[in-house]
Design a protein around this ligand. Structure first.
Ligand code: NAD
Length: 264
């Protein structure tokens, strides 16, 4: 057979658990992995939407895709997802910790302890618990990976979303450490996602005028991202195409803002 580099991106025989995959970026990742042959279980707080999205992906790709309700801040729910994936697929090779988000704080000098803890539970601790719950299955699999939806706000000053940015920064550190802990067994990487305009921006208190502005950022590409932009990078990190890549934090954010030292 003639060599074809695209073969390394195929995920036939891979069993995926993805959190927060009912919509937007997570749904884009689930669709991308399914399109190259993986079986996918979408675990989302919105169980009905997870099932709807899974059915639509399966209709499109012809690959087994399921959805179930799961609150990633509940250990019981996490264990139920792992048990379901193990029973349905016979194992888990691929975990995508995609859940996350937070709110903008109108007054960043007065963020409550409760807000910080809530953000850490959703953005950081959930990924740890999900990773550890999947670990016994990952250890049995070829090309086992954990890939995380991080945020560019974890690596740049972002004082009006402090509780979110710092929780995502902790996620970066934690996942590099876990990559070292699981060296030679499971590859662990994170994508630092730039602005992908979703309904989440409205929920986070970003007003419509600012949302419009964010759609046209002054980055190296000149536009905000799409779920597919993120999904393509995730596909590379989850598939054997990146088999020599682990412990990395990769920016997928339009190249970041254009910096000019002089003039306009
Ligand atoms: N959209 C962006 O611009 C952007 C930028 C940087 C990072 N990210 C990160 O990318 C990821 C996906 O972002 P998005 O914009 O697609 O988000 P979204 O808000 O559109 O979707 C998040 C999904 O997670 C689910 N969810 C929320 N809480 C949950 C919980 N406790 N348990 C299980 N599921 C839960 C929601 O039901 C939803 O389906 C997040 O981690 C986010 O922090 C997004």
């Amino acid at each position: 057979m003639a060599y074809n580099a695209l073969d390394a991106f195929k995920m036939t025989g891979h069993n995926v658990v993805i959190t927060g995959g009912a919509q937007n970026i997570g749904a884009g990742i689930a669709r991308a992995l399914s399109s190259v042959g993986a079986k996918v279980l979408i675990a989302d707080l919105n169980g009905d939407k997870a099932k709807e999205t899974a059915a639509s992906i399966q209709g499109e790709t012809g690959q087994e895709c399921h959805g179930m309700k799961c609150d990633v801040t509940s250990l019981d729910d996490i264990n139920a997802v792992v048990a379901t994936a193990a029973k349905t697929f016979g194992g888990i090779s691929t975990l995508v910790n995609n859940v996350g988000w937070g709110g903008r704080h109108e007054d960043p000098t007065a963020i409550t302890e409760e807000d910080f803890v809530k953000s850490y539970k959703l953005n950081t601790i959930s990924a740890y618990r999900m990773s550890m719950a999947c670990l016994p299955h990952l250890l049995q699999s070829k090309n086992a990976t954990i890939t995380n939806s991080g945020s560019f706000s974890s690596a740049t000053p972002a004082y009006d979303i402090l509780a979110y940015g710092t929780a995502k920064a902790a996620l970066n550190q934690m996942m590099v450490s876990i990559a070292h802990m699981l060296a030679k067994k499971v590859r662990v990487n994170s994508v630092l996602i730039g602005t992908v305009m979703t309904e989440g921006y409205g929920d986070a208190g970003i007003d419509p005028a600012m949302q419009e502005k964010l759609k046209h950022p002054d980055n190296l590409i000149g536009r905000s991202g799409s779920p597919e932009d993120i999904a393509n990078a995730m596909l590379w990190l989850c598939s054997p195409a990146s088999s020599w890549v682990s412990g990395q934090i990769i920016n997928v954010h339009g190249g970041g803002n254009v910096v000019r030292l002089f003039g306009k």
